[in-house]
Design a protein around this ligand. Structure first.
Ligand code: CAA
Ligand code: NAD
Length: 292
């Protein structure tokens, strides 16, 4: 099972990062988006990130060589000869099922399908295709070019060789893969999501201000980012969608969206990506807490 060509669905925060690390590792990559404007935005982020790595002498090849392996597309036929497809579109089960089901007839039969979902059942999405045995989760972490981990998710239907090929693929990207099974949230989000939601509840209850809670967790626990900085970084829209899936699965309050998260999403304040969330990023180098 040789992987040479990688297809990526979605060129947002995660898809652009997955495409970048795949091209950096030597794979030919095609990224599918809904519209050229999303490809332009994602590729601009890739260019910035590659330039940063080059500046630090961390790229083995010239930027242009890596960049030449990356192609954008807006029609799914461009993915027909990919050996693995990694999906990173919106965290919505119906959208993911619809997308994979349509791709199933276009992409060669022995290609591996993978989802980068944060919370949705891989088994459920896999069942929308005729290749549930060739379907895994490949859960990367934001920002993909810097974070070392990838969770490799097996369902009860995943073929053993396919799972090992996905694991080796993760390694070939320079990531550290961990094996996990198709339980909602896998390893990291099962632990991380309740922590981030609890930080919002603590703020709602007046335990501390947004910067004080952030600083407390950074300086008290050595976390690289406080929970509100991290929430804005992940995307409040994505976090809100994750709470729906996780609460539906476990019916436990710790996975439910706090009212404030819902309000921010309703207001269109998705965090860094929209310039406003728990912080205001009018000056991105000096975010100020939003008046909440
Ligand atoms: N590409 C290349 N370089 C980048 C980059 C990128 N995408 N992002 C940042 N950098 C560079 C910066 O330019 C900076 O370079 P200089 O040293 O030359 O200035 C360097 O990396 C360090 O960055 P910063 O100074 O901005 O900040 P930092 O030291 O805090 O590191 C970080 C940044 C690695 C993101 C760190 O803050 C961190 O690890 N944060 C936590 C991230 C995290 O928890 N991610 C998981 C989210 S949850 C998830 O992903 C799962 C899910 O399903 C929701
Ligand atoms: P995002 O909103 O930044 O990007 C999603 C992209 O998918 C958008 O550019 C959108 O135009 C595109 N898209 C939507 N439907 C599409 C379709 N049918 N075909 C092609 N492109 C389509 O979101 P994101 O943060 O990159 O999240 C993507 C996935 O990765 C989600 O499942 C999310 O849960 C997961 N994830 C997110 C993070 C994170 O920190 N943000 C971390 C790990 C996993």
């Amino acid at each position: 099972m040789q992987i040479k060509k990688v297809g990526v669905l979605g060129c947002g925060l995660m898809g652009s990062g997955i495409a970048q690390v795949s091209a950096t590792a030597g794979y030919d990559v095609v990224v599918l988006e809904q519209d050229q404007k999303f490809l332009d935005k994602g590729f601009a982020g890739i260019d910035k990130s590659l330039a940063k790595f080059a500046e630090k002498g961390k790229l083995k090849e010239p930027v242009e060589t890596v960049r030449a392996r990356l192609k954008g597309a807006t029609t799914r036929e461009a993915l027909a000869d990919c050996d693995i497809i990694i999906e990173a579109i919106i965290e919505n089960v119906d959208e993911k099922k619809k997308t994979f089901s349509a791709l199933d007839a276009t992409v060669k039969k022995d290609a591996i399908f993978a989802s980068n979902t944060s919370s949705i059942s891989i088994t459920e999405v896999a069942a929308s295709t005729k290749r549930p045995d060739r379907f895994v989760g490949l859960h990367f972490f934001n920002p993909v070019p810097l974070m070392q981990l990838v969770e490799v998710v097996r369902t009860i239907a995943t073929n053993d060789q396919v799972f090992e090929a996905a694991y080796e693929f993760g390694k070939s990207l320079g990531k550290v893969p961990v094996r996990t099974s198709d339980k909602t949230g896998f390893i990291v989000n099962r632990l991380l999501v309740p922590y981030m939601l609890d930080a919002i509840r603590a703020f709602e209850e007046g335990v501390g201000s947004i910067p004080d809670i952030d600083n407390a967790m950074k300086l008290g626990c050595g976390y690289p980012m406080g929970p509100f900085t991290l929430l804005d970084f992940v995307g409040l829209d994505t976090t809100y969608y994750i709470t729906h899936v996780m609460f539906e699965e476990f019916k436990e309050r710790r996975f439910a969206s706090p009212p404030l998260l819902k309000r921010l999403v309703m207001a269109g304040w998705y965090g860094r990506k929209t310039g406003k969330g728990f912080y205001d990023y009018a000056d991105p180098a000096n975010p100020v807490p939003s008046r909440l």
